[in-house]
Write a protein of this length. Sequence first.
Length: 434
Amino acid sequence: MDDGHGEPGPLSGPTGSDGRRGGPAPRAAHADAHAEGTSDAADAASDRSGGRMGAFAAISALFVVIMIGTTLPTPLYVFWQREYTFGSAITTVVFATYAFGVLVALLTAGQASDEAGRRPVLAVALVLSFAASIGFAAADSITVLLVARFVSGLAAGLTTAAATASLRELAGRDHPEAAAVVPGAVNLFGLGCGPLLAGVLAELIPGHPTMVPFEVHLVLLVCAALALIPPDTVTAKPKPTWVRRPQIAVPSHSRWTFWAAALAGLISFALLGLFTSVIPTFLGQTLHEHRPAVVGTVVFLLFAAAVVAQVLCRRVERGTAVRSGLLALPVALALIVAGLYAVSFATFLVGTVAAGGAVGVVFLGSLDTALSVAAPDQRGQVGSAYFSSAYVGLTIPVISVGFAAQAFGTRPSVLVAAIALAAAALLAYARLRP
């Protein structure tokens, strides 16, 4: 792994200590040394495919389409809940299964595209995403939903690693700002478009709300496969290693700084996880907003705000960015809770946008902070430790809120979660102060 890595997470990461942008997948530490060798390959690839920008746009489109599939289920959980008679607790378990899939892909195959090439790894991710959407469209039990979510997570992990690296190489040294901003923006844009697309389709074609969105996604995946036609930006090794034993490490000389940055990542992922798992249910139960298109739009606004914040803060010093975001998070959480307690959709919406912006800048700086304290030969392992911590935010907190909501009610559960996340944000801020 290198200095790169959403949402949820599944999400693209900030610039590393070398100033380059990463995606949400950690890769082997030797990737930095490998990067120079891939630059010439990228130049040749773009020349043969009719231009660098064409290849760049094609990989971006593929990235968006695969990430759309990972969040398509968000506004559809309410339909599955009615069909299979389960509550918010099982919803969060189904969602968290996705995070486990992402972790497996990141920690065992995050570096695969460095050895096998970007295109073969993206092809595998495309097939996995295709299989996941078929699973969702044909789901007839909770077990099928769990398997489809896990496979979707595998696709997301592989895609983020390979597509982010490919975009950086295609951008080249002549376009450093595009290399820094586009991978993260594309990733978050795809994650945000999934709920919006599913919500709108479920409302327009109410007869098959849990089938049509995934059928449309299958068509998009077939079209996105065209991105695999241009030559690869990396020359594959004769005997590439696809899967490796995970290796993580925490720098002993700056342990507290690392864990504060990792905590910031965990908080960001936890908030995104709540919005893409249980918040749609809460919207119906508490704010009486059941329309899937509205639910999808709310989640889209969260991710859109994160994208805008990252673009606006792309030149802000990373430490300043993460500290500002950590201070803004408690305010955003307070607005979200106030909206639920006052049954005010407008207040909830303002809190959603504020939370998205805060998450965007927190994630923008926390990964860079974590990697800045790592020695060059430990950067990959430290990146693994960071993302392992961050993805805990998509599992334990989300599942806890889901079970608590089922046992004690929506408002008290969200209130306790908001207090815990706000306290954690202030703790991380205190540890990251200069």
